[in-house]
Design a protein around this ligand. Structure first.
Ligand SMILES: [Zn+2]
Length: 247
């Protein structure tokens, strides 16, 4: 029985001369592997639909260990992603994170929407790469069930005023005074704290609507990355690569 689904190509592994094994993020099947025979040939009907970061309509059949792509029609290609090295490196990192988190339905649909929106924003080039990276890292974790407690200091209930410490391991906030008692240095200035709450709590259509001074953005970015890496429990090759091409 063929299955029709939309999907975003997260990863391609070349097999033989012109075949590929794709990693797809789909709303209904989660993250799957699918073999696409002949899809690396320019004239093959699958060529553009199976390209990196192609968002396509797939017709799949289920095999023993993975799916087979019988047919595919491209819906959207994020050409702008590869127009800069930074954009491509950032998008590749996001795709690796999505594959690592490997969401199942119904979470997969929300994760797919988030990633598509981030790829769109990378193409638009209207937000700093650090902001898009932080938004993706934190929001993807929230969708995966790791919503941190960002409302107030977890020890004394203080809501704002001055810098705060966010614990990547525990996903909670401490005000500067409580952080000091637990021998932590604050890692969020007021601007970064505002943005942290915004990313966790805002609606989808407002997610990208904030701007931060560079220093605050660096704080936010550091905290979101640590939070993600703490949960994945290992580094990512695409993150190492991203760091070699930015700043
Ligand atoms: Zn406190």
């Amino acid at each position: 029985m063929p299955i029709a689904t939309t999907g975003l190509v997260l990863r391609q592994v070349k097999l033989g001369e012109a075949d590929q094994i794709l990693t797809l993020l789909t709303p209904d099947l989660g993250v799957i592997s699918a073999s696409a025979k002949g899809s690396l040939r320019l004239k093959n009907k699958l060529f553009s639909a199976c390209g990196h970061f192609s968002y396509s309509e797939f017709v799949l059949t289920s095999g023993r260990s993975h799916y087979f792509v019988d047919d595919a029609q491209v819906k959207k290609v994020f050409y702008g992603v590869s127009s800069t090295v930074e954009g491509l490196a950032l998008a590749s990192y996001m795709a690796e994170v999505a594959a690592e988190l490997s969401p199942a339905p119904p979470e997969a649909e929300a994760q797919l929407r988030l990633l598509l929106n981030c790829l769109y924003m990378i193409c638009e080039k209207k937000r700093p790469w650090r902001q898009l990276k932080a938004i993706y890292e934190l929001r993807a974790l929230c969708l995966a069930g790791y919503m941190p407690d960002v409302l107030a200091c977890s020890a004394c209930g203080k809501y704002d005023g001055g810098s705060f410490y966010f614990s990547p391991a525990e996903g909670r906030l401490l005000c500067a005074a409580c952080a000091d008692r637990e021998r932590h240095l604050p890692n969020l200035d007021p601007g970064a704290l505002y943005a942290l709450r915004h990313i966790c709590l805002s609606e989808d259509n407002k997610l990208f609507s904030f701007s931060l001074a560079d220093a605050s953005l660096k704080n936010l970015s550091g905290v979101c990355e640590q939070y993600l890496l703490t949960h994945l429990e290992h580094g990512l090759k695409t993150l190492d690569f991203l760091k070699t091409v930015v700043e």
